[in-house]
Design a protein around this ligand. Structure first.
Ligand code: HEM
Ligand code: HEM
Length: 177
């Protein structure tokens, strides 16, 4: 096994804090409570910091390390279809697209959530509906995100969720990168 340091502490704390906050607001707390708003703002602050970290952070945390690319995503799908095991040290192309989707969805959820608290948009149906639809979209995305993390871990023989905890990816011997 070759151990490679991939995720710095900021990325890991960001990830699991967002998971906790998202689960609280989507599943547990009362959406009409102040707690819901404060957790939402905490998520917004974390995503804001992540955007800055994406520019100045460690190598694999930078957006430049996983630029959105349809052709690279098609390449990864071809690998999956043909059984070619090519591992990615940082985010894979498909994983990267999902991360942009999740980050943009979280921003839009927090934006519409904030709008509902303003005099201008309070009680306006489309804002509330947009908030609900965006949350539903993020929930479906998260299901795919988790399923993909498990499926890719099995396909490549690398425990990806564990790497988000320890910061290290353990590459199997002979892994193509
Ligand atoms: C228990 C559930 C979850 C597991 C096991 C999980 C697993 C992972 C893994 C393995 C990665 C790294 C992917 C890679 O290697 O490229 C990742 C990244 C990410 N996940 Fe999750 N995830 C979970 C839930 C969530 C939820 C609920 C959200 C947001 C609503 C989320 C948002 C993200 C984001 C934004 C990243 C990118 C991290 C960064 O670069 O800062 N995840 N997740
Ligand atoms: C990732 C962050 C968030 C998630 C997952 C989330 C999730 C939800 C959910 C599931 C609902 C219930 C929708 C329904 O009626 O079926 C809701 C409603 C609401 N959310 Fe959020 N939300 C988030 C962020 C925010 C933020 C940042 C604010 C405001 C600062 C906010 C304010 C509200 C308000 C005012 C409602 C309507 C409550 C009512 O029924 O009167 N949310 N949200």
């Amino acid at each position: 096994m070759k151990k490679i340091k991939v995720w710095d502490p900021f990325v890991r704390v960001f990830h699991w804090a967002v998971v906790a906050g998202f689960a609280m607001n989507a599943l547990i707390d009362d959406p009409e409570s102040k707690l819901h708003e404060w957790i939402g703002y905490a998520i917004l602050a974390m995503v804001g910091l992540r955007l800055i970290w994406g520019l100045i952070g460690t190598r694999h945390a930078r957006f430049a390390d996983f630029p959105p690319s349809v052709s690279a995503a098609v390449g990864q799908m071809t690998d999956i279809a043909t059984g070619r095991k090519r591992a990615h040290v940082g985010h894979s192309p498909l994983g990267g697209l999902m991360i942009y989707n999740l980050i943009l969805s979280l921003l839009a959820i927090c934006g519409t959530g904030y709008m509902m608290t303003t005099d201008t948009f309070f009680g306006i149906a489309w804002v509330e509906e947009a908030h609900e639809i965006l949350v539903a979209w993020a929930e479906v995305s998260v299901v795919f995100h988790i399923a993909a993390a498990i499926a890719e871990s099995r396909r490549l023989g690398i425990n990806l969720p564990k790497s988000m905890v320890t910061g290290y990816k353990e590459m199997p011997p002979g892994a193509e990168m």
